[in-house]
Write a protein of this length. Structure first.
Length: 256
């Protein structure tokens, strides 16, 4: 067996390459984001209202009546993000012919990608729920710590198996076991790269919240506010995916 030398990821060059890749494909971003953004906008408003209604009507130790609707709408929202993710990954690596038009050429790869991402979400969500029960005695700080831990575990797991779900999008499948092995020692760098994109976006979102709140636009133009929020989310996702797909060749091997 021939063992190739491990190719270490350099965080700075990786992020620069990912940002350059995103900017170079900005026109294709707009093309592929139109339909997912419309779906997200359609779902976000009733989803937010259903969540508010459920919180208002909830009672201690009871599951809110609106939870099935909330779950269904949330799945639809995630599905729109996943469709964009698959098409964007294909555009970045394979070109426009691999994701033609506005990205409505859906296939089995989109479904497989969606199920893998949802399984990751559900698994880490269950773990976060267990942590919340374990830290419930510490009050709100304990619950917030459990939620933060769950998010970090989800992000770490996502980057460690990223070659697998990127491979699904590009029709070059890689098993979860192999993806986990090949990202060993590189996951922390990938996680830092994603956080380096996420933190500025969180700040931008806070500024948008403050602007819409102070001016009263949040109440006067809720659809506009939701549109801006969804657009920020899609931009962040596009840049993060560009960084991860730029790192993807580091985890490929020509010999085994």
């Amino acid at each position: 067996m021939i063992v190739e030398p491990k190719r270490e990821i350099l965080l700075g060059p990786l992020m620069r390459a990912g940002l350059q890749r995103s900017w170079a494909a900005r026109d294709h971003f707009l093309r592929l984001a139109i339909v997912p953004l419309a779906v997200m906008l359609t779902i976000a408003v009733p989803l937010e209202q259903a969540m508010l209604d459920a919180m208002a009507a909830s009672r201690p130790n009871e599951v809110p009546e609106g939870m099935p609707l909330i779950a269904l709408l949330a799945v639809g929202y995630v599905a729109a993000l996943n469709v964009f993710a698959v098409n964007w990954l294909r555009q970045l690596t394979l070109g426009e012919k691999a994701a033609p038009g506005v990205g409505l050429s859906l296939g089995l790869r989109h479904l497989r990608f969606f199920f893998l991402i949802m399984a990751t979400w559900l698994g880490t969500g269950m773990l976060a729920g267990i942590l919340m029960l374990a830290f419930a005695g510490f009050g709100m700080p304990g619950l917030m710590a459990a939620v933060l831990a769950g998010l970090l575990i989800w992000a770490a797991l996502t980057v460690r198996i990223s070659p697998s779900w990127i491979g699904i999008a590009l029709d070059v499948p890689m098993s979860l076991r192999v993806a986990w092995q090949r990202t060993a020692g590189q996951g922390f760098k990938l996680l830092l790269a994603l956080l380096a994109v996420e933190m500025p976006l969180i700040m931008v979102q806070h500024l948008v919240d403050a602007l819409f709140g102070v001016t009263g636009l949040a109440a006067a133009a809720p659809m506009t506010y939701t549109l801006v929020t969804a657009a920020i989310q899609l931009v962040g996702l596009a840049v993060q995916l560009a960084i991860l797909v730029t790192a993807f060749p580091h985890f490929l091997r020509e010999t085994v």
